[in-house]
Design a protein around this ligand. Sequence first.
Ligand code: KIV
Ligand code: ZN
Length: 520
Amino acid sequence: MSTASSNTDTARVFIFDTTLRDGEQSPGATMTLEEKLQVAEILDTMGVDIIEAGFPIASNGDFEAVATIAKRSRNAVIAGLARAIPADIDRAGEAVRHARRGRIHTFVSTSPIHLAHQMKKSEDEVLEIVTNTVTQARNLIDDVEWSGMDATRTPLEFLARCTEAAIKAGATTINIPDTVGYSTPEDYYQLIHDLIEMVPDSDKAIFSTHCHNDLGMAVANSIAGVRAGARQVECTINGLGERAGNAALEEIVMAFKTRADALPFHTTIESTHLARASKIVSAAANFPVQYNKAIVGKNAFAHESGIHQDGMLKNALTYEIMTPESVGIKSTSLVMGKHSGRHAFKEKLRDLGYELADNQFQEAFQRFKELADRKKHVYDEDLVALVDDEIGSAADRIKLVDMNVTSKTGGIHRCELVLSVDGSKVEVNHDGTGSVDAIFNAIKTGVGAKPHLVLYAVDGVTGGTDAQANAHVRLEMNGRIASGNASEPDTLVASARAYLNAYNRLLIERGAPAQGALAG
Ligand code: KIV
Ligand code: ZN
């Protein structure tokens, strides 16, 4: 990783991906260790410079994820987040210790509103904290990033003094978060520009953007920051993140690539991995991507209107500013049937970007065979849904074994259910106002808990009445939210499995850092 002083390519922008930290903080986006490793793998493969792998002090699970990603990463710098607390910094240092290149990212609030109401500290006390924490981190590792939380609502003078203190103490990256997504591109440009001008030795650190999307300006603000001199952009795949999310990695990368005339900057991201990365993150976090999402949405390259279709047929350039292939979108192909064997299945999965462990492969192959028996055409999308489902539910402690649903118009709806709970068989029956209600009631009785259903939605993986149903469920229990997903030819089975998948995620151990410790 080049540092501020060694970076001779002045147009090069470093991509810092925080999908596994800021993205995973998004309510309901909890990922299992296996899923985090899968996300880290694609980020590393596509050329992300820095992967923020988690917040090691938050829980043993977070620590293990950061430490494992640190050990496995081939190219990227692996960062661990730490509050301005000695124990946090030690834990982050420990987690990234085995990375080829590790980073401690420490932050403290700087805005008057945070200082008065959350931190209850004076400006002088915060300045001392900046010096002490960055010094502590630098004693553990030579790559240290400092962030001033709520920087965009901090008086410039004070933010400049904090930045100066951080650089003096050895910070090599200075991150300026728009924590609450309040900035406009003009404000943000001016802020980065002024800081670089005002702070002595600002050339000793790389300035970084970190923009939230509350007003829908996260990407525009990040790009304004780069135009003003920032050379690191913090972002997430699909713009995942708390509230309205973070700046979307794929949009920033493709903006630089497509509009090099107006934005003469470049990253090292191999853009043909973007669509795949989007799918992996969407499946891991159980967060559907909106259909019209720029770059990776289902409709991003679809042309419906007659005029557009006519133009596209004559010359794609009439309505296409970048090609679907440049972001890794391949046209749907009819792939496999019930006669396809293990070898062809393995090759196809490799094509789609999956390398499964042996037992996972066997399970996925078995499910593919069952699907091919029931469904005439098996498309790439079916295989992606099937494998994502397999990976997403592999760690589930509670699984569906059998289900029988009877339903009568105007009559009774009843579900007979067999579950496996930590390996033991549990049988329950329950009625409901409809089939889905009966299924969810039966599951609640079976697991002995009553989580609140926040969201239930079903869509088709492909078109046609024989399409697999993709069910999404979001549950809330004791202040925690988790999402679940499942794909099955049968909508009711998909619904039951999605509910169980969400419930299983509520069981994943997750530390609860002190209130307000995690910003968006
Ligand atoms: O938005 C924010 O301020 C953050 C910091 C922890 C960097 O995510
Ligand atoms: Zn953030």
